[in-house]
Write a protein that binds this ligand. Structure first.
Ligand SMILES: *Cc1c(COP(=O)(O)O)cnc(C)c1O
Length: 405
């Protein structure tokens, strides 16, 4: 068949760098190596020009102004800076923030830290779809609320929160709206003005850019201020000191340029592959449950649970495909995914779940191989599972009894 094994199907964890991105970065390691903040000579100017072009490319993909983009080391740093930076700066006037239980750990941990500092935090639950209830959000916002932080796309289940509605609500109530868009940028159309987004976190390695670079969009009109966390030379308008990594900035810019061009066609292609994957699984296996809203979801994500399968064994059976299980993300923990639990998925099913991420290099042949692989593994595990045996006997007994009456 000529497939290279194992097959990578974990695009929500990270993506390979696009070769075009690497190509664009290379000259900035060796030839154009100047410090982009050196204003006194041509080496610095050349690096600065490259960084500023990258800033324009990042701004363009979300409809922002280049001056509104701060380069960071990734979405973890952007989220830390957005939440802690805003909360600390406005603390004397307003001391309440609203977020959601299914956010990435870096958002939740920042909130916990802020609570230690006297900020109060409301954590909204989600519906079984994984989406928040807008009425609940409206009710949670009060006169002390400074910031609402709701992720654009969830990293486990891929569902898209109603960003425009949240943005409109926040704007009408005079509250800043931050969104962690690590899983959204390059996958779906985003417009910070149409959606009334005030701060947005971006990660390079989630959309074929390099690891170790990201950005924070920080609105200038109406102006959002924040307390810097990294102090020093005052780079990035004083919001984030430190010499910019020119090659990484260039790589992030190129990743944005490519995504902006290829997104519409790629989204359709991935939607087709995901439909094929889901049809293949539900066509050949019983008791397959999709976790989270299937339609309001980025096309490259599928998260499914398999009934009557022991979760711990499931991942061990995935020898030829690289996927994430329902206990992933909290390394070495035996807790089921807190995201799936928040949807109301029971612990057993949360353990027996797979997050399958499709991306730019995923082919039809790979999807077909994955279907066969998963169907075989689940069938094998069910044959060995006492639960499955009991379930089938239950059915058989019931049928017999009924027929006998
Ligand atoms: C990956 C991810 C992050 C962290 O991004 P890094 O750039 O790896 O720090 C934050 N939030 C979400 C939703 C993510 O998927």
């Amino acid at each position: 068949m000529g497939l290279k094994l194992p097959i990578y199907l974990d695009y929500q964890a990270t993506t390979p760098c696009d070769p075009r991105v690497v190509e664009a970065m290379l000259p900035f390691f060796t030839e154009t190596f100047g410090n982009p903040h050196s204003r006194q000579h041509a080496f610095g100017w050349a690096a600065e020009e490259a960084v500023e072009q990258a800033r324009e490319q990042v701004a363009a993909i979300i409809g922002a102004e280049p001056k509104e983009i701060i380069f960071t080391s990734g979405a973890t740093e952007s989220n830390n800076l957005a939440l802690q930076g805003v909360a600390r700066l406005y603390k004397a006037k307003k001391n309440h923030i609203v977020t959601v239980v299914t956010e990435h750990k870096c958002v939740l941990d920042s909130c916990r830290q802020l609570e230690e500092e006297g900020i109060s935090v409301t954590r909204l639950g989600v519906k079984p779809s994984g989406l928040i209830d807008l009425d609940e959000l409206a009710a949670a916002i009060g006169p002390q609320t400074v910031l609402v932080s709701v992720m654009a796309v969830n990293n486990e289940i891929g569902v898209i929160q109603p960003l425009a509605e949240i943005g409109a609500l926040c704007r009408s109530r005079g509250v800043f709206f931050h969104t962690d868009a690590a899983q959204a940028v390059g996958k779906m159309a985003l417009d910070v003005n149409a959606m009334n987004i005030d701060l947005m976190s971006i990660s390079g390695h989630k959309f074929y850019g390099p690891k170790g670079i990201g950005a924070l969009f920080l609105r200038r009109r109406p102006r959002v201020r924040l307390q810097a966390m990294m102090l020093g030379g005052g780079q990035e308008r004083g919001h984030r000191s430190g010499t910019l990594a020119t090659p990484l900035c260039v790589g992030l810019g190129e990743a944005c340029r490519i995504a902006a061009v290829e997104m519409p066609a790629e989204a359709l292609r991935l939607a087709g592959l995901r439909a094929r994957l889901l049809d293949g699984l539900v066509g050949r296996l019983k008791h397959v449950e999709v976790n989270g809203d299937l339609d309001r979801r980025i096309p490259g994500n599928l998260n499914v649970s398999f009934g009557y399968v022991e979760g711990e064994r499931l991942l061990a059976e995935m020898k030829d495909i690289a996927v994430a299980a329902g206990s992933a993300c909290s390394s070495a923990s035996t807790e089921p995914s807190y995201v799936l639990r928040a949807l109301g998925v029971d612990a057993e099913l949360a353990f027996a779940s797979l997050r399958i991420g499709l991306g730019r290099t995923t082919s039809v042949a790979e999807v077909d191989y994955a279907i066969d692989h998963i169907v075989d593994a689940v069938s094998r595990l069910r044959e060995r599972s006492p639960l499955w045996g009991m379930f089938r006997e239950g059915i058989d007994t019931r049928v017999k009894t009924w027929a006998g009456n």
